[in-house]
Design a protein around this ligand. Structure first.
Ligand code: ADP
Ligand code: MG
Length: 190
């Protein structure tokens, strides 16, 4: 493997063995990962709507990103697709908001203020995970073991380097599927 190492023009090392492995991983990734860039709040909401249209009871989306990245805006879109008419806000002070949709409820968690996994039981988290509507979880990455292996991870990032001074940057929305159902969801997003 060491013999096929080469120094690329950009100064990074590429490794023959790793490159082969990398290619295989990329093929797997293509099935279970998708990346979008949205250039406005409305575009993020629209992407959320496309995701929301696919969601079924028991589906879990974990939204990860800094404050202001767009997690709640994406959730607004998800809610709209489910026929929720109530205004969707960050549930930070409530931990859980339940929105009544046309066919099913949407469970919107914000686990930012939760500091112990044992509190999840108290808020009915595990029942809701297998409940009658999909779950969108903000700040869930700290409880990923409790959320479990079947989930769609959604990473939102401000692309600050792509914005001029005083301009709102575009957002990268990267979806990573864990489990067969989440792969279906990613595949379903054109
Ligand atoms: N492309 C974009 N996608 C999402 N939000 C955007 C975008 N451009 C600007 N914004 C603004 O950024 C803020 C995102 O807030 P919010 O969704 O509450 O973030 P979070 O829930 O991740 O803390 C909103 O004020 C929204 O209008
Ligand atoms: Mg939020």
């Amino acid at each position: 493997m060491g013999r096929t190492d080469e120094r690329r023009a950009d100064g990074r090392w590429t490794t023959g063995g790793q490159r082969t492995g990398g290619r295989r991983t990329n093929e797997e990734k293509n099935m279970s990962e998708k990346r979008f860039v949205t250039t406005s709040t409305d575009e993020t909401i629209a992407l959320g709507e496309r995701l929301g249209a696919l969601l079924q009871p028991g589906d879990v989306a974990v939204l990860t990103g800094d404050l202001g990245a767009g997690k709640t805006q994406l959730t607004k879109g998800v809610a709209a697709a489910l026929g929720v008419t109530d205004d969707v806000t960050s549930p930070t002070f409530n931990i859980l908001m339940v929105y009544e949709g046309a066919q099913m409820p949407l469970y919107h968690f914000d686990l930012y203020r939760l500091d112990d996994a044992s509190q999840l039981e108290d808020i009915g988290f595990y029942d809701i995970l297998e409940g009658d509507g999909p779950c969108v979880i903000e700040w869930g990455e700290q409880f990923i073991d409790e959320i479990g292996p079947e989930r769609l991870d959604v990473y939102l990032t401000r692309l600050d380097e792509q914005a001029g001074v005083g301009e709102e940057p575009p957002r990268e929305v990267r979806l990573v599927a864990h489990g067969a159902r989440a792969e279906e969801l990613v595949a379903g997003l054109a």
